[in-house]
Design a protein around this ligand. Structure first.
Ligand SMILES: O=CC(=O)O
Length: 323
C-alpha cells in the first residue's frame, strides 16, 4: 500500500520530527520560510494529495487550502500551542482531526515572561538607548523602576504558561497573585492565586500578565477602556498574542504615562515594521516572539506534531487533540 503523504508547511522543521515522520510516511517539505513570497503559493501546490499536514507556519489555514488538499486529507497538527492561525470551523466542518503542541513550551515561555517583566519594570530599553547615545547620566533619582517584591501580579489566563509564570514569580516575593479567566482553575489553590473579574484584577495589579489564547472573546482585551482601569505604576507583559492588545490604545497609554511600561513578546503584525510607533517608546520593551524559541522546546514541539499526525493516520487518538 502506498505510504501516506504528509505536508510540512515550512522548511524550518526540526530534524528530529522529520526523522520520526520518515519512518512512517512520505514527507513533502515546503522549501520556503514564511516571509518568502513563494511560501504560500508553494504550500497551496504541495498540499494537493496530502493525507495530513504539519502547519508549522504563520499563514492562516483556510477552508480554501483544506479543499485544495482533496478528500483524502484527514489530519492537521500545528507546531504551536495557539490555534488562532487555523480557521477552526473550516477544519471541523470538514470532519478533519486537529492537534497542537501545548505544555512542552510552558516553562520556556514563562521564562521569557519573567525576562520581559524585569526588563519593562527596570527600564532596560531606555537604559540601553542611553548607553548607545552616550547619555548615561547616573544619579540617585535616575532611571527608577518598579519593585516586584511586595507587588500584586495579575495573570489573565491561568493555563499552563500562566501557572509556570506564577511558579517562577513566587521566588520574587510577590505579595498577591490574582487571575482572571473563563473557568476556575483547580491549580490556583496550590499556587495561592485568587480568581476575580478582569476589571478588578486590572484595578489591583502592579503587573498584568497576558497569557490567554486569542479568540473573538479575548481580541483587544486590553484596550483604551481597560487600560484606564490600570494603575499608573502598572507594567503590562504580553506573551499570548499581539491581537490581545489594541496597540494604538497601548501606544497612547504608554506615551501619556497612564501606565508605567510594557514588555511584549508578541505584536501585530509580526514581523513588526521597523518604523512602528511602539518602537519609538522608551517604556516599551519588545522582543521578536521568542517565547518557545529554545532548542529543546522546538524539538519537543516537532516530535509532538509528528506524533499527532502519524497517530491520526494510524487511526489512534492524537497525542494532543484540539476539539
Ligand atoms: O506562540 C507560540 C505558540 O502558540 O506555540
Amino acid at each position: 500500500m502506498a505510504l501516506k503523504r504528509v505536508l510540512i508547511a515550512n522548511k524550518s522543521f526540526p530534524e528530529i520530527g522529520l526523522e520520526l515522520l520518515k519512518k512512517k510516511v512520505e514527507t513533502i517539505v515546503v522549501p520556503h520560510l514564511d516571509y518568502e513570497p513563494e511560501s504560500l503559493p508553494a504550500i497551496k501546490k504541495a498540499i494537493i494529495g496530502c493525507d495530513a499536514a504539519i502547519w508549522n507556519t504563520k499563514h492562516q489555514l483556510t477552508g480554501e487550502i483544506l479543499d485544495l488538499a482533496g478528500p483524502q486529507l484527514k489530519a492537521i497538527s500545528t507546531m504551536s500551542s495557539g490555534t488562532d492561525h487555523i480557521n477552526l470551523d473550516d477544519v471541523f466542518t470538514r470532519g478533519l482531526l486537529l492537534g497542537n503542541t501545548p505544555n512542552v513550551l510552558d516553562n520556556c515561555v514563562a521564562d521569557i515572561a519573567v525576562g520581559l517583566l524585569i526588563a519593562a519594570a527596570r527600564r532596560f530599553k531606555e537604559g540601553v538607548d542611553e548607553i548607545m547615545s552616550g547619555e548615561w547620566k547616573y544619579g540617585v533619582q535616575w532611571s527608577l523602576g518598579q519593585d516586584i517584591a511586595g507587588s500584586t501580579v495579575g495573570v489573565i489566563g491561568l493555563g499552563g504558561i500562566g501557572q509556570a509564570m506564577v511558579r517562577r514569580l513566587k521566588g520574587f516575593d510577590v505579595a498577591r497573585f490574582l487571575y482572571s479567566g473563563r473557568s476556575e482553575k483547580p491549580e490556583a489553590k496550590t499556587l495561592g492565586a485568587e480568581r476575580m473579574q478582569l476589571e478588578q484584577l486590572l484595578r489591583e495589579s502592579d503587573f498584568v500578565l497576558l497569557s490567554c489564547p486569542l479568540s473573538e472573546e479575548t481580541r483587544h482585551i486590553i484596550n483604551a477602556d481597560t487600560l484606564k482601569l490600570m494603575k499608573r505604576n502598572a507594567v503590562l507583559v504580553n506573551i499570548g498574542r499581539g491581537g490581545l492588545v489594541d496597540q494604538e490604545a497601548l501606544y497612547d497609554a504608554l506615551k501619556q504615562g497612564q501606565i508605567f511600561s510594557a514588555g511584549l513578546d508578541v505584536v501585530t503584525p509580526e514581523p513588526l515594521p521597523k518604523d512602528h510607533p511602539l518602537l519609538t517608546l522608551p517604556n516599551c520593551f519588545i522582543v521578536p516572539h521568542l517565547g518557545s524559541a529554545t532548542i529543546a522546546t522546538r524539538n519537543a514541539m516537532a516530535t509532538i506534531s509528528a506524533n499527532n499526525v502519524t497517530q491520526a493516520l494510524e487511526g489512534q487518538p492524537m497525542m494532543y487533540p484540539v476539539s
